[in-house]
Design a protein. Structure first.
Length: 344
């Protein structure tokens, strides 16, 4: 019986598309209550970054993050793997090295067999082993919908710390994974996806963002973040706003999953796309419905968005090739103007 269960049927959202819209999240986090001022907290919730960072002395810092969501695929093992890759990514996005993880599990015990939750954990253990870290424990609850993720602890030399708000004018933009995952997973829920296309999307979600460790050691990588539920435009918007810059991007050079147009023409757009645009669509020039459907598509376990100092692009690309990445720039950061992001 458990083999026939499709996990996505038990959740109202999928993957990072479950994330609360940016504008709503801002209102939730807004508070007049004073926060303790601890100079050792290098990155906190006020930074809109991927993880918290705490100075532990001797030039070293601890990275702490958590991420969890509802099923984006029907297979329990793959659900556990994707959620784990996604959570560990936050440490890589800060230029750090993961140390250990703790599981966060919610499961509808009376609806979905507990053995499938066990397979979710097996998937998590597999990814943690691939990342070279232990799955050291966790917490579980009986929940109306399945959900899973990790709390991850990492470390970083403070000199190697990357943030999403430290880019400089002239930086060239790179993205390590193609966008379009939300479109493909929505097509899967609608029953119109081709298996080879869906498998390709799953493969990208299962790819660890381990290159972030390498990028953290490159001083000319001025800013970095991972692209998840807010889509490429949302996370790029956080980068330009935090760095007091604007961006110009070439839409044709943005890496996209193959055959994406077929599913867009079938109306395969997740609800998160509109929520994203409604939250951060101000100050965007050169966009139309087609470009919006791709650039605002909520990603699950997306790639690293990297800002590289102008003039260092060739060296960066050689480093990428040495670790098996073949990238192409798709835009640049410019002096702050009337438009936050201009799409060409």
């Amino acid at each position: 019986m458990s083999e026939k269960i499709k996990l996505t049927q038990y959740s109202h959202g999928a993957g990072c598309g479950c994330k609360i819209a940016p504008a709503v999240l801002d209102s939730i986090l807004k508070s007049s209550a004073p926060s303790p001022n601890d100079p050792r907290l290098l990155v906190g919730h006020d930074k809109k970054d991927d993880a918290a960072v705490f100075d532990i002395g001797n030039g070293r810092a601890i990275i702490s993050t958590t991420d969890f969501f509802m099923p984006i695929v029907d297979d329990a093992f793959d659900f556990g793997r994707i959620a784990s890759v996604n959570a560990i990514s936050d440490v890589y996005a800060m230029g750090g090295t993961p140390l250990m993880a703790i599981a966060v599990l919610g499961w509808p015990i009376n609806t979905v067999p507990a053995e499938l939750a066990g397979k979710v954990l097996e998937g998590a253990r597999k990814v943690c082993a691939d990342a070279g870290i232990p799955l050291a424990g966790g917490h579980s609850i009986d929940n109306p919908e399945p959900l899973f993720g990790l709390a991850v602890t990492g470390e970083v030399m403070i000199s190697n710390l990357k943030q999403n708000s430290t880019a400089t004018e002239g930086c060239t933009l790179f993205l390590t994974k193609p966008v379009g995952v939300g479109i493909f997973t929505t097509a899967q829920k609608k029953g119109i996806v081709k298996i080879e296309d869906f498998n390709r999307a799953v493969e990208t979600m299962l790819t660890l963002n381990k290159p972030g460790e390498t990028f953290g050691k490159l001083p000319y990588v001025k800013a970095m973040t991972d692209v998840t539920g807010f889509g490429l435009l949302g996370h790029l918007g956080e980068m330009v706003d935090g760095s007091n810059l604007s961006a110009e991007i070439e839409f044709a050079k943005v890496p996209k999953l193959p055959n994406i147009d077929f599913y867009i023409n079938q109306g395969s757009m997740p609800g998160g796309t509109k929520r994203n645009w409604d939250s951060y669509g101000n100050g965007i020039e050169g966009i139309d419905d087609y470009k919006r459907s791709i650039l605002c598509d909520p990603q699950t376990s997306g790639g690293l968005l990297v800002a590289v100092e102008h003039g260092k692009e060739n060296h960066f690309l050689k480093v990428c090739e040495s670790i098996g990445l073949k990238l192409e720039s798709f835009g640049k950061l410019v002096q702050k103007g009337n438009a936050r992001i201009t799409i060409k």
